[in-house]
Design a protein around this ligand. Structure first.
Ligand SMILES: [Cu+2]
Length: 168
């Protein structure tokens, strides 16, 4: 084998390796841009139901979308200006609608959890002052995958059993 042949072999090898690397880089960049298009969790239409100025608590509602292949749990919610924030679910107990405190809210893989009146909700308890219609309430959500998100929920009117008969 001549020196020239050896050089060209080396050149081909380098060319091959650099092709593989550029393909890898492309794949990584591609994944990266995909990640930006759909985040693992999305929160849509957050709102707080308006209440009288002396209300001891307010309900917060939203849709949480899980774009991953695993169930994600909402572990807690926090809001400044409230003594306590709890995760609640309203359930029918022998004809009586009861609110029960939950340790977490499960958001199933590739699915939506709809927080709405008469169902899952976030309970904002003992407000320093009750917000008015049109106000924004900042709520920080903490999930079990380490993800946190602070959302701005608008205060607006809502019927007690809004969308109750709407099938999902
Ligand atoms: Cu409640």
């Amino acid at each position: 084998m001549t020196i020239q042949n050896l050089f060209s072999l080396k050149y081909i090898a380098i060319l091959f390796v650099s092709l593989v690397i550029s393909n890898l880089t492309f794949a990584m960049e591609h994944n990266h841009s995909m990640h930006h298009q759909s985040t693992s969790l999305e929160v849509h239409n957050p709102w707080v139901r308006s209440a009288p100025p002396n209300a001891p608590m307010l309900g917060a509602f939203m849709q949480i979308k899980n774009n991953t292949n695993n169930t994600i749990k909402l572990l807690s919610a926090q809001a400044k200006g409230y003594q306590r924030v709890e995760l609640h679910r309203t359930l029918n107990h022998g004809g009586m609608m009861k609110m029960l405190k939950q340790d977490f809210m499960p958001i199933e893989a590739n699915n939506n959890l709809h927080l709405k009146p008469g169902s899952w909700h976030i309970m904002l308890i003992e407000p320093g002052s009750v917000p008015e219609e049109g106000d924004m309430v900042m709520i920080k959500l903490t999930f079990d995958n380490g993800f946190t998100q602070t959302i701005r929920a608008i205060v607006r009117k809502g019927k007690m059993m809004m969308n109750h008969h709407h099938a999902h």
